[in-house]
Design a protein around this ligand. Sequence first.
Ligand SMILES: Cc1cc2nc3c(=O)[nH]c(=O)nc-3n(C[C@H](O)[C@H](O)[C@H](O)COP(=O)(O)OP(=O)(O)OC[C@H]3O[C@@H](n4cnc5c(N)ncnc54)[C@H](O)[C@@H]3O)c2cc1C
Ligand SMILES: NC(=O)c1ccc[n+]([C@@H]2O[C@H](COP(=O)([O-])OP(=O)(O)OC[C@H]3O[C@@H](n4cnc5c(N)ncnc54)[C@H](O)[C@@H]3O)[C@@H](O)[C@H]2O)c1
Length: 436
Amino acid sequence: MDKFDTIIIGAGPAGLAAAHNLKGNGQNVAIVENNLWGGTCPNRGCDPKKVLLSGVEARDRVAQLQGKGFDEVPYVNWKELETFKETFTDPVSKGSRDGIVKAGIKAIDGQPKFISRNEIVVNGQDHYQADKFIIATGQRPSYLNIPGKEHLLSSTDFLSLKKMPEDITIIGAGYIAFELATIANATGAKVHIIHHNDHPLKEFNKDYALELVDQLKNKGVDFNFNVDTQEILQQADGQYVIKAADFELTTDLIIGATGRIANTDFLDLEKAGVKYTRHGVKVNSRLQSTNENIYAIGDVVDTNQPKLTPVGGFEADYVSDILTGKTDVDLALPLIPTVVYGSPKLAKVGVQDSDNVIDQDVTSWFTYSHTNDSKAKIRIVLNEKSEIIGATLLSNNADSLINLLTMAIKRQMTHEDVVKEIMAYPTAASDLEYLF
Ligand SMILES: Cc1cc2nc3c(=O)[nH]c(=O)nc-3n(C[C@H](O)[C@H](O)[C@H](O)COP(=O)(O)OP(=O)(O)OC[C@H]3O[C@@H](n4cnc5c(N)ncnc54)[C@H](O)[C@@H]3O)c2cc1C
Ligand SMILES: NC(=O)c1ccc[n+]([C@@H]2O[C@H](COP(=O)([O-])OP(=O)(O)OC[C@H]3O[C@@H](n4cnc5c(N)ncnc54)[C@H](O)[C@@H]3O)[C@@H](O)[C@H]2O)c1
């Protein structure tokens, strides 16, 4: 039987980062993966979505300038865009696994199960022991438990659609719903969103979330709030009927985007003394599970932190430092900016409310008017010392500006500090000094 210092289960961004870190610090490391190496983000998450969105952004940019130098709104060729996307996704799994092998880390393919507190068996036959384990198995889509749930497709299915249907419905109104709706809408589909309450993107400022709803409505997306889906039926012609109280909708394809569930099952964690819920592995402030030799990182951890790629990477670095004796303090995550990659984009970071808030519609400012953007809004939250402590942004460049504001918050910058900086002009960053 092979024995290792550390075995990592799950080769997504979090697991791979931990494996490379630990190996780089002289450990004897193995990593087990039961599906595509590289995990959700580069295979069926952030990266393929961003490639598809690049087509949307290009199209929208031209659409905004119709009659201002451009005559026609370009048609997005879904098949070609998908093929372009595959040039990014296809090499990921082999490339990630090859990188592991090249680094001298043992790559194990298959389904691991714990058989004791320090031993796993993979595919029911190969036994491996380790002093420490790191669980990094991520999450998968969770589906509504309703009659007809077998007709629901996931974000993974959407990102690989061979053909964009004429009419598509997304159930849910979180990150995934808005991003996929933006892509489908720009590629010519009639898009419906069905949401069980009237608060989409609930972690965001409600006015800003509803402004994004209005922007998508203006582009033709149909929002149905306070509709609690009860049943899905398939008709003889192949179309689906979505049913709720006093509600019925016929559509070509349905995506379930009502959240994700942790991949804690299939591992026989009970045999290792690791407690978990449907939200993930229970951990202490050092990401240690109820078995002190087993840690958990990334999306599979049961915490309230946003489940995002850079968070998993940060946790991988932290646990690697713990396991190599470089730190023994509790995990302290820095500020975490998040972005909904819509058109426009919605971003937030830090504290969302105080007595001192600047909230401006900046659509008419040069930065946004020279590209004829449909809406741009900035909301900056300040503390009693006028230091920036949070922000919400809605604009086409919200993703870049939110990172700059994250640095400003970290440096406890005030308006006066911002004015003292020279930023490249004219940009969203150089606008900041005029905001206060
Ligand atoms: C559509 C979509 C878009 C997203 N967009 C963004 C974005 O723009 N920005 C962002 O920061 N985040 C985004 N995310 C979230 C991001 O993908 C995750 O936060 C990130 O991938 C988490 O990394 P991880 O390593 O914890 O888990 P994962 O990437 O999920 O990797 C876990 C790995 O473990 C493997 N595994 C699971 N069970 C087992 C098992 N029993 N045995 C062995 N291996 C197993 C899986 O196959 C997988 O390879 C998006 C997610 C989705 C679904
Ligand atoms: N840009 C990004 O960073 C990005 C993009 C996509 C996904 N992600 C990650 O993936 C996670 C999962 O995304 P998600 O959109 O599936 O989850 P989410 O938690 O963001 O949204 C789920 C939505 O489904 C709704 N919902 C729940 N039950 C419902 C029902 N019965 N009917 C209708 N709606 C219902 C919820 O109210 C919520 O709005 C995110 O939380 C995030 O961590 C991040």
